[in-house]
Ligand binder design. Structure first.
Ligand code: OXD
Ligand code: MN
Length: 592
């Protein structure tokens, strides 16, 4: 029997629905990639950039109303509503398939359907999962070739294991009123229609590697997390790895490839980037935690990325990169707000219109050259700090888990959980304050447990329970920490310089993991003695350091009220360990 029979039957069924003119299998070869690039250039789907300055790079523009993930059109489709939980949009699978079928019907007429077999993680690793995406977008194919491992070796492996996530995508009419991003964890399937934006259509990323994988991980006893993974190498060659979760736009990518600050240069640290967005973590036979990055590329945000904030990324995106919704300069280079060089005298903006610095719209508002969520897709292999262990089937051992948020006044620069359960509580109550860059009231607190609020593919109360149970199986649980790089003084100025200087805090975290330093117990967790943080070469006053670690009990008690309100969402499903942690925190805050 044909060992790809199941796959081919499914493709036939999808082709019957979408009615493409023809079907092309993507084999991962350079030749096919080049042919597809040419074809997409010919239709205007992508534009080739300056071959000298940006070899192998292209520009793509999405539809104007299709520039970010559309959380309100994203659904978890399970037989029981309870299984999607109170933080997800839910639809009955039958209804979801019916509604989407109406849009998929005939959507690929006159188009080609591409079949992309891909592996999240090294092909054949214990950690990895296979998916097959069907799409009518060459842009999606070219991005998937960067973000995942694609090719015939995946098909060979699939013949052996027979299990894959069925990912169906069509741009259809790119009509927001006919857009749906549907996840069927019970069927191991994803249907995405009506969008061409990366987070909605590169189905290996948020859809498979987080939403579907988190549900699988629960049943199979592992963790699929919205975390960066980085290695910190000491001069003696010893490398320790950490995994860290921050809500979107809190600097995960920058941290994953930081450059050690001048003052710590003499210590000879070297940073290894394993991943900037997603971590799959398992318990090894020795009871410790190991992780892989299931992706093979970065899908990063342009604006704000420059040689000061992230020089390593600037080097990474010099070749083989797809830019989306950035400004095109007359010499076919790219530019975005916050890039190093001054804006070009003229260019074509992200919407394809002629642009000059200072151009204003009818209401007098400045028109941006690049969309604030404009992106680059680049292979991790081009990253100067890429870890040499990226393709190792075993992944890397994790010494510490770090949660973080953006809090102006509340959270200290760093604190350590008392134990795993307390760490889960800290992760489950993670929050960020809205900045002017986001829609909504500035300063408003948005709870984003483990940075997974938009990405958890099942009931978040069960997710918390899974984390708690997972910890019980770890014989050597990593220590859990919380960081806040964003505390400000009473003039609203950041107290901590951030970026490469964050290594000073990671150094303390690793010292704690290796029992090399003691900490001070407080009501919220263990915090450093300031003398234990190496501040060599950093101009920061004693007073500022004290402010960074100040714990205002009144504010924290207010925070506990907010946490209690948030926990109410989960009703009686909330693990009682978390309510107990909240009670204990209140008790500690109230005691002198
Ligand atoms: C991302 C996100 O694009 O988290 O990685 O929004
Ligand atoms: Mn992300």
């Amino acid at each position: 029997m044909d060992k790809l029979h199941r796959l081919k039957t499914w493709i036939d069924k999808c082709a019957g629905l979408c009615q493409p003119d023809n079907i092309v299998w993507v084999d991962g070869t350079e030749k096919q990639k080049k042919d597809l690039q040419q074809k997409a250039c010919a239709t205007g789907e992508i534009t080739a950039l300056n071959k000298k300055k940006l070899p192998g790079c292209f520009l793509h523009r999405t539809a104007v109303n299709d520039v970010a993930r559309t959380e309100h059109l994203t659904f978890i489709c399970t037989k029981n509503k309870r299984d999607a939980g109170p933080t997800n949009n839910w639809m009955l699978p039958k209804d979801a398939y019916n509604r989407a079928s109406e849009i998929f019907k005939g959507a690929m007429k006159g188009r080609t359907m591409y079949v992309i077999p891909f592996s999240m993680g090294p092909v054949g690793s214990e950690f990895s999962k296979i998916g097959v995406e069907l799409t009518d977008s060459i842009y999606v194919v070219l991005n998937m070739l960067i973000m995942t491992r694609v090719g015939n070796d995946v098909l060979e492996y699939l013949k052996k294991i027979q299990i894959f996530t069925k990912c169906l995508h069509s741009k259809a009419e790119l009509d927001i009123s006919r857009r749906l991003i549907l996840h069927f964890p019970e069927d191991n399937a994803i249907w995405s229609v009506g969008s061409g934006y990366g987070g909605n259509v590169l189905l290996g990323k948020k859809c498979l590697a987080l939403r579907i994988a988190s549900a699988q991980a629960r049943h199979e006893g592992w963790l699929a997390e919205h975390m960066l993974i980085m290695g910190i190498e000491e001069p003696n060659g010893h490398i320790e790895y950490i995994a860290a979760a921050f809500p979107s736009a809190c600097g995960k990518t920058n941290l994953a490839m930081l450059i050690p600050p001048e003052g710590l240069k003499s210590k000879g640290y070297r940073i290894w980037t394993v991943g900037d967005d997603i971590a799959w973590m398992r318990i090894d036979s020795d009871g410790s935690l190991w992780a892989i990055n299931p992706e093979a590329g970065f899908f990063g945000v342009g604006p704000g990325t420059n040689y000061k904030t992230n020089p390593v990324m600037m080097e990474t995106i010099k070749k083989d990169t797809i830019f989306t919704n950035v400004l095109l300069t007359p010499d076919k280079n790219v530019w975005w707000e916050g890039k190093d060089e001054a804006p070009p005298a003229k260019g074509i903006d992200w919407q394809g219109r002629p642009w000059k610095p200072g151009t204003k719209d009818v209401s007098g508002k400045e028109i941006l050259g690049a969309h604030p969520n404009s992106r680059f897709t680049a292979p991790i292999a081009n990253c100067p700090s890429a870890s040499f262990r990226l393709d190792q089937h075993h992944g890397v051992p994790i010494s510490a888990i770090i949660f973080g948020g953006r809090r102006e006044h509340l959270a200290p620069l760093v604190y350590e959980a008392f134990n795993w359960q307390h760490g889960v509580f800290i992760g489950s109550t993670m929050a960020s304050e809205r900045t002017a860059a986001q829609v909504g009231k500035v300063g408003e607190v948005r709870r984003d447990p483990m940075a997974m609020l938009p990405f958890c593919g099942y009931n978040m109360a069960d997710y918390f329970r899974h984390w708690l149970n997972f910890g019980k199986r770890l014989r050597k649980p990593p220590k859990v920490f919380h960081v806040n790089w964003f505390r400000t003084n009473n003039k609203g100025k950041f107290l901590w310089p951030g970026f490469g200087e964050n290594l000073r805090i990671l150094e303390w975290i690793l010292d704690r993991c290796n029992n090399k330093t003691v900490a001070r117990k407080t009501a919220i967790g263990n915090i450093p003695f300031v003398k234990d943080i190496d501040l060599t070469g950093l101009r920061i006053s004693k007073k500022e350091m004290e402010q960074l670690f100040k714990i205002n009990k009144k504010d924290w008690l207010q925070e506990t009220n907010d946490i209690a309100k948030f926990f109410l969402k989960f009703n009686t499903d909330l693990p009682q360990e978390l309510s107990a942690e909240l009670k204990n925190l209140i008790k500690r805050l109230k005691s002198k």
